[in-house]
Write a protein that binds this ligand. Structure first.
Ligand code: 4AD
Ligand code: MG
Length: 467
């Protein structure tokens, strides 16, 4: 059998009948009668299965018994035009080898009620389902499209560190990294933990954002982007938060907030279009199984300009809504951070299109955002999407050394750890801007999945770091 080269099922399904082929994959289903069996084989290259037709004349019953859902096979035979509907071609098997058996009692994949929640506890089976096959192929396509988009624009892919001493977002929800013996932590004379004895000689954590390092890249190379894992120890068990997620952070010298918004809009539209152009089989499957409006919703964000609205105006809109009887779980007034229910009201009910919120109160945003003339707002921007809420957060950066230093002081942040960053404002400072796209938030939008745990192969959330 091995003299023939294996063809992926994705390619077999498009090939012309009449050739001898070798397919390998896992059994999805087996049906048939005494004379003939039909085996649906899948190898992960596509959501679609190839049908293998095996006549009882050529194979003994013992072999058929070993061909159960989940078993892995190598199948040799002729690719022929299919008489059944649903597929153009099928394999008329001449040889079948069972590569690995799969105990049907211990592999409950065929059970109709296998929930997404249950699947999260069975790692090997989860990835073999149609659902995760589709999600992970789309995830792969989106990762590729992100690099393609920036590469075509001449951005430099910059690798920023995962271990850092700075809390870029100032939210304090970092995972500490240490090699100290936790049973015998070294203390200094005052009784505080002596981090000079730790591996890096200082207190370090996993990064919450590559932005600060990204700004050094942008103010040297012009336009950069990062794309890597990000860690946040926020104890929020929501369908939109992960403790380990991936973020794409472009950072551009000489961009003001308007340039930044234009890039963000072009970027997400490009990605949605790329998914529609390249992942239609998987999208159709997810659309039919989970979210009947998925494809329509994706198309709906493409043809229109995103709505730009200030935070202050958005508060007025929400207050009017409340006055008219709309109920929210969390209160809204000028100075509060919006919850996803507020964001979704603006997007889904009020504007009925993606919204870019700008000019936030400075007290709810990070220290690095450019301060507006009014003294109380900053030039931040959040891109809000239907069904998700915030998908992108970004800003023009404070380019003035004086204003930046003053803000760091006001917030009581440690200057010592930030001198390397402040230097960018000392030596040839320039207007610059950037944003962060949450990769899994994007994937929620382009897969229609309801829970962020189901768009990443191995989710990390509070009390859950299995596999
Ligand atoms: O709004 P955030 O916190 O912004 C930053 O980190 C900036 N440094 C970005 C920048 O300007 N370079 O996070 C950016 C995006 C959010 O809009 C959201 O999509 C996603 O990251 N995000 C999360 N995704 C999943 N789980 C979490 N816990 C997330 N926290 C943020
Ligand atoms: Mg944000």
């Amino acid at each position: 059998m091995e003299t023939l080269k294996r063809t992926k099922i994705k390619d077999l399904l498009l090939a012309a009948p009449g050739t001898e082929v070798l397919a390998k994959g896992w059994v999805r289903t087996k049906r048939g009668n005494k004379q003939v069996k039909f085996i649906a084989l899948n190898d992960g290259s596509t959501i679609n299965n190839i049908q293998v037709v095996a006549s009882a004349e050529n194979f003994d019953e013992e072999l058929f018994k070993r061909i159960t859902t989940g078993a892995s096979l190598a199948v040799r035979g002729e690719l022929v035009a299919s008489v059944g509907s649903g597929q153009a071609v099928e394999i008329q098997a001449s040889e079948i080898e069972v590569l690995g058996e799969c105990d049907p009692m211990r592999f409950p994949l065929q059970k109709k009620d296998t929930t997404l929640e249950y699947l999260r506890s069975v790692a090997h089976m989860r990835l073999r389902t149609n659902t995760f096959g589709a999600v992970l192929r789309i995830r792969n396509a989106m990762a590729f499209a992100i690099h393609k988009f920036f590469n075509e624009k001449g951005f430099v892919y910059l690798h920023t560190p995962l271990i850092t001493e700075s809390d870029a977002e100032g939210a304090g929800d970092m995972f500490q990294v240490t090699t100290m013996n936790l049973k015998q932590v070294p203390l200094d004379k005052k009784g505080n933990v002596d981090f000079s004895k730790d591996f890096f000689g200082k207190k370090t954590s996993l990064t919450v954002s590559g932005q600060l390092e990204g700004e050094l890249g942008a103010t040297a190379l012009g336009e950069i982007y990062t794309f890597g894992p990000t860690f946040r120890a926020e104890n929020s068990n929501t369908p939109r938060h992960l403790a380990e997620f991936w973020m794409i952070e472009p950072e551009m010298a000489f961009y003001d907030i308007n340039d930044n918004m234009a890039l963000a809009e072009e970027f997400v539209k490009y990605l949605v279009q790329y998914a529609l152009d390249n992942c239609m089989d998987d999208l159709r499957f997810l659309n039919d199984k989970y979210d009947g409006e998925l494809i329509e919703r994706m198309q709906s964000v493409l043809g229109i300009a995103f709505e730009k609205v200030t935070y202050t105006r958005a508060v007025e809109i929400l207050e009017e809504a409340i006055a008219n009887g709309v109920q929210f779980e969390y209160p809204v007034h000028w100075g509060t951070d919006f919850q996803s229910e507020h964001e979704r009201y603006l997007v889904e009910k009020y504007f009925r299109k993606p919204v870019i919120l700008i000019d936030f109160p400075k007290d709810i945003k990070a220290f690095y955002m450019k301060q507006n003339e009014d003294g109380r707002t900053v030039r931040g921007m959040d891109v809000l999407f239907p069904k998700i809420g915030e998908i992108i957060g970004g800003s023009e950066r404070e380019a003035s050394l004086e204003k930046l230093e003053k803000r760091i002081e006001e917030l009581g942040m440690s200057r010592k750890n930030l001198e390397w960053y402040i230097d960018t404002r000392r030596y040839g400072t320039v207007p610059h801007s950037g944003f962060g796209l949450g990769f899994e938030r994007l994937l929620l939008f382009v897969t229609g999945m309801a829970n962020i745990r189901d768009v990443i192969p191995f989710p990390r959330t509070p009390k859950n770091a299995e596999f």
